[in-house]
Design a protein. Structure first.
Lengths: 545, 318, 271
């Protein structure tokens, strides 16, 4: 058994120097004494929210500290040798030979000036693992195994000539080419669209299985890691929370934190009955100025008062463009938008103060949605002043009421956005929207930048607020779990058009159109063997055609 | 058409358009300013009749647009007109002086460019450590010096404290190459000092920018040696920004040369320009100004063209 | 907050220069333009820094020179700054043809080195302080224009600016409450750099004989007056040259510090 132990980390401590704005630099500890063992040929998933230290720990298997991060304590043994204290010469000998790395952003990780083949086989040659002809043959075989198009000529291309999903696979090929003992996958599918993610995930899984390589698979998405890992380690704030087999972590988590992570996407919401609409979008077509391509094609949707319409689609589907058309920032070239019984001017400049007040917006990045030089009190108070003329004590009282509504206590009104956590920032944005007493709030990917547990809290808050104030939500998202949690109606968008639309219960029930089927089946589910079933399902479907 | 060819044609067309617009500004814009050339030549006491006569003689009674196009036509055929002050042919006066200016600037560039790149590399290699701090500290001070101040410090140092050189730089036709080189040593030292700091700092920034990219980290995680990383992964991507930096600074050199020539009494284009600004000899100023502008525009254009040629995204389109 | 030593030195020296400039009349021991001693006398008890090419006290002329150099540089950089940042913000916020017109005009002016433009202009215009300040200020405003337009354009696409527009806020609120407070710190650092540039510019023009005219004296002009002495070992020209360098370096140290501070505020360090 001892011979099978590939990586053995004990008491790992990792520190860095932080540069907080306006303060002297200070030392922070990122990882507090973590132990980790990995057997040959096994896959260990490292999972946690942002700040858990999962990437930092992953890179420590190469004895690498990114951006001034220092590995200050503990031992890291790879193939029986201590590497934390090893010199640069020894590290160069093992990096790219015994351990290789696949990053989240392959697009930035490939040298733009070199052909892919040259980069993929580079370590095989520089470490003297194999000759050029053999390395190229192996690379082509890996390209084929990873499902890359034209595997024999794929390597002739430059990085910018292939798509993001293909680059991610090419980077996997680059990591596997020198026949390493261990590959570190650092969120390799996170930046991809959901329908692309599943293919890359399946390709990575197959390649790991066929090459018998061991892997550390780092991700924030438990459902994803459940598909590829044998074991899972849950991390939080630089400490280990729980370690177990994938089956045990998913189906019988021991710790509260793990349980919360597992159940995070299970929020459900009973669909409301159809009602007369507050917002009607009729045959709206739009294009950006100076282009001759419609980004919205004849879109028609209705949103009943006090209900939620989820607009779902991948990047480039036109879902955010729809929000811009409704707010009047991108005036439609044809079509009509009716709100609360009145036809809205196409251009934001032609709308009345009440039109503007009754439609509010919440953004994906709360960071850039709030002026960093204004206090929370000013941010929430401005709409009160602007729309209702509230001033002084009266305004302050109303600000505090709103803060209470978003479940933030006293003392926040004087703070600046930089002093808030990600979830708190998004809550302040919600309060700013509520301050206007709107009939409709457009939520543009409001939870996608947040960690799952925090996102869950925001969704619950939005549902409570809807029950209290009867506001309607137009909820734009790419995440189907969120859609299930919050919507009454759903519109699925693809390439600027609505391809499926109706009550939630109808849209999410078969028979599906092809695209909705692809989209729905691509969302990772928190169960073992899901990936294989989907791939099998697709194989059958395409064989049937 | 290949996209890169299209971009190049566009960039060259833009350069020519810019040059044309600049010529219009130098000629017509200056005409629009208060001040009367004929009056300036004859002095305040001249009679209106004398002024009118001189205007007719110089063709100043023609409409400005007509005179602009005849001026522009003259330039395109190598006729720059005659100086107001002594009636000398401007093209002839410029010829020899332009050669002297290019000789001076060329010598400075030949020393400054390799030196700046080497120092920039060293500073980037040891970023944050003492060699970087020393180089950066010195260059921060020299950046704050105008050319003539640097010049007099150098003159005092190398002609008075350590009398190695002559404080004036005389070159004349028929002088041997080495004698010429010795004569321009001091002004070249000054120009190198002035342009080196900017060039080195920008080179350092350009290299650091590449060294901090994700693909250099990838190379490091591949276990490649520092030399391989720099040579294979950093260098091909750093060429374009570094060349752009060099070109931009050569364009600064064009300005520096004017002042340095005056300091050393070096008989060349810059000295000629300043002389005739003082004498308010507009035709000379316009002609020389246009030459300096053309060199400047050309160097900026060259920087962009090299940037386009070195960009793999443009060289290998999808 | 800890201020680095270099920035502290810069601040003290800059403050000193400003003090001398403001109170020149009280500090200077002799009048600006009266021969009070022999030609190129060495430093002595009565002439601390010696006398110049026609026997005027160098220390007094340096002190008055500080006043004129700093006044002209400050006036032109204030002009450059107000004009450039106003037009830059206007271009960024308005966009469309206003932006096109202003940006192309600035491109054109910046296509030629500022010194060459200044020389061409000064070959026609009368030489006085007002003209100098106007020429330098307008030429330098092009750089401020580019920076403030870029900064404002970066901020103008932020979601909070869009949120303000969607709320129905008028242009004044958007510019003065949403954009300006966030654009301020990079612009303050830029002001220091523009001031240095103006000091170097006016000194160079005066040195070429095209800047401040006698009997007034600025430091660049003093170098010109005394430069011939250098050949005979009289170092009078080095004093005003050193003053120019000292002022420029002091302001540079302060500006450099402000610049790194604002970039670290934006999270520019440590990834």
């Amino acid at each position: 058994m001892a011979d099978d132990l590939l990586l053995d980390i004990k008491g790992l401590v990792i520190e860095a120097t932080a540069y907080p704005p306006g303060e002297p630099p200070k030392e922070v500890t990122l990882v507090h004494g973590v132990d980790l063992q990995l057997q040959r040929g096994r896959v260990l998933g490292l999972i946690g929210e942002s700040g858990a230290g999962k990437s930092t720990i992953g890179l420590s298997a190469m004895a690498y500290g990114r951006g001034g991060v220092r590995l200050t304590g503990g031992t890291i043994r790879l193939n029986g040798r201590e590497i934390r204290t090893a010199g640069p010469q020894a590290l160069r000998a093992l990096r790219g030979k015994e351990v290789t790395y696949v990053s989240q952003s392959a697009a930035a990780s490939f040298n733009p000036a070199k052909r892919l083949m040259e980069q993929v086989i580079e370590t095989s040659l520089s470490h003297g693992i194999m000759g050029k002809a053999e390395a190229e043959a192996r690379a082509r075989a890996l390209f084929r195994k990873l499902g890359l198009p034209n595997p024999d000529t794929f390597g002739e291309r430059y990085p910018h000539q292939v798509s993001g999903g293909q680059l991610q696979r090419a980077m996997t090929a680059m990591a596997l080419c020198p026949k390493p003992d261990l590959v570190i996958f650092d969120e390799p599918t996170t930046a991809l669209d959901v329908t692309t993610q599943i293919d890359v995930l399946a390709a990575i899984k197959e390649a790991i299985r066929d090459t018998q390589v061991a892997a550390l698979y780092i991700t924030h998405d438990l459902a994803v890691v459940a598909q590829v890992a044998d074991d899972i380690m849950v991390l939080r704030h630089g400490r280990m929370v729980e370690l177990g087999t994938t089956d045990q972590i998913i189906n019988a988590p021991r710790e509260d934190y793990t349980r919360a992570l597992v159940s995070v996407r299970s929020l459900e919401h009973a669909e409301k009955t159809p009602a007369p609409p507050v917002l009607q979008v009729a045959n709206v077509t739009a294009r950006y100025r100076g282009t001759n391509f419609d980004v919205l094609k004849n879109v028609s949707i209705d949103l009943p008062a006090g209900q939620t319409l989820a607009v779902v689609g991948e990047s480039g589907s036109g879902k955010s463009t729809l929000a811009r058309a409704i707010t009047g920032l991108l005036p439609p070239t044809s079509g009509r938008i009716t709100f609360a019984g009145r036809v809205l001017s196409n251009d934001v400049k032609g709308r009345s103060k009440d039109d503007l007040r009754e439609i509010q917006m919440i953004y994906q990045m709360a960071d850039t949605a709030m002026n960093p030089r204004q206090t929370v009190g000013t941010i929430i108070g401005r709409p009160l002043e602007f729309y209702f003329g509230l001033k002084g004590a009266e305004r302050d009282r109303r600000v505090q009421e709103l803060l209470d509504q978003i479940e933030m206590g006293k003392g926040f009104a004087q703070r600046y956005p930089a002093e808030l956590s990600g979830g708190q920032k998004q809550r302040v944005c919600i309060a700013r929207a509520l301050a206007a007493k709107p009939k409709l709030i457009i939520c543009d990917e409001v939870t996608s930048a947040l960690d799952p547990l925090v996102a869950d809290g925001i969704l619950k808050l939005l549902l409570n607020l809807q029950a209290e104030s009867h506001v309607a939500y137009l909820f734009i998202t790419h995440d189907l779990a969120t859609v299930r949690a919050i919507s009454d109606k759903i519109a699925v968008m693809f390439k600027g058009a609505v391809v499926r639309y109706g009550q939630k219960s109808d849209v999410l029930a078969p028979p599906y159109d092809d695209y909705t089927d692809l989209l729905l089946s691509s969302v990772p589910e928190m169960e073992l063997g899901w990936l294989e079933r989907v791939i099998e399902h697709r194989r059958m479907a395409s064989a049937g055609n | 058409m290949h996209p890169i060819l299209k971009l190049l044609v566009q960039r060259i067309a833009l350069g020519l358009l810019l040059l044309f617009a600049v010529s219009a500004v130098i000629f017509l814009g200056v005409e629009a300013l208060p001040g009367n050339t004929a009056q300036a030549i004859l002095g305040q006491s001249a009679t209106p009749q004398a002024v009118a006569n001189l205007e007719a003689k110089l063709g100043l009674d023609q409409p400005p647009l007509t005179r602009y196009f005849s001026w522009l036509g003259g330039i395109l055929t190598g006729d720059l007109g005659k100086a107001l002050t002594n009636g000398a042919d401007i093209a002839q006066s410029i010829g020899q002086r332009l050669g002297n200016t290019l000789f001076l600037a060329g010598c400075a560039a030949a020393i400054a460019v390799p030196l700046a790149i080497i120092l920039g590399l060293v500073a980037a290699r040891y970023a944050g450590k003492w060699p970087d701090k020393v180089i950066s500290g010195i260059t921060l001070s020299t950046i704050s010096l105008p050319e003539f101040v640097a010049a007099y410090f150098v003159i005092y140092l190398l002609t008075q404290l350590f009398p190695i050189f002559q404080p004036v730089a005389m070159v004349f036709p028929g002088m041997g190459f080495w004698a010429k080189l010795h004569a321009v040593a001091l002004p070249v030292i000054v120009l190198v000092l002035v342009v080196l700091a900017h060039m080195m700092r920008m080179t350092r920034a350009a290299i650091l920018n590449v060294m901090q990219s994700a693909y250099v980290e990838t190379a490091e995680l591949k276990g490649l040696s520092p030399m391989t990383i720099i040579w294979r992964h950093a260098f091909p991507n750093a060429i374009a920004p570094v060349v752009a930096v060099v070109m931009l600074n050569l364009a600064y050199l064009v300005v520096g040369v004017v002042v340095v020539e005056v300091v050393f009494g070096y008989n060349a284009l810059g000295q000629y320009l300043v002389d005739h600004v003082t004498k308010r000899d507009l035709p000379v100023v316009q002609a020389v100004g246009l030459i300096f502008a053309a060199v400047y525009i050309f160097l900026n254009m060259a920087a962009d063209i090299i940037g386009i040629l070195a960009n793999p995204r443009l060289r290998h389109p999808k | 907050m800890r201020i680095p030593f270099s920035a502290l030195v810069g601040m003290v020296l800059t403050g000193g220069f400003l003090f001398i400039a403001v109170f020149a009349h009280f500090i200077a021991p002799y009048p600006i333009d009266a021969p009070v001693g022999g030609v190129w006398e060495s430093p002595s008890a009565s002439f601390w820094l010696g006398t110049d090419t026609i026997g005027r006290d160098i220390l007094s002329r340096l002190i008055y020179g500080a006043q004129i150099t700093i006044f002209v540089a400050l006036a032109s950089s204030v002009l450059a700054f107000s004009l450039g940042s106003f037009l830059g913000f206007l271009a960024a916020v308005k966009g469309g043809w206003v932006d096109q017109l202003l940006s192309r005009a600035v491109d054109l002016v910046m296509a030629i080195p500022a010194l060459i433009v200044a020389l061409v202009l000064l070959s026609v215009l009368p030489l006085n302080l007002t003209v100098l300040i106007l020429v330098m200020g307008v030429l330098d405003s092009t750089r401020v224009f580019r920076l403030s337009r870029a900064v404002a354009a970066d901020i103008a696409v932020m979601d909070y600016v869009e949120a303000a527009k969607l709320r129905g806020e008028k242009g004044n609120w958007v510019i003065f409450r949403e954009i300006l407070p966030n654009a301020l710190s990079p612009l303050v650092a830029e002001f220091g750099l523009r001031f240095i540039f103006a000091v170097l510019f006016i000194s160079t023009l005066s040195f070429l004989g095209l800047g401040v005219q006698p009997p007034l004296a600025d430091w660049g002009g003093m170098v010109k007056e005394n430069k011939d002495g250098l050949i005979y070992g009289k170092s009078a020209a080095l004093l005003p040259a050193g003053a120019i360098a000292a002022l420029a370096i002091s302001v540079n140290l302060v500006a450099d510090w402000i610049l790194t501070r604002t970039s670290s505020l934006k999270g520019g360090r440590g990834g």
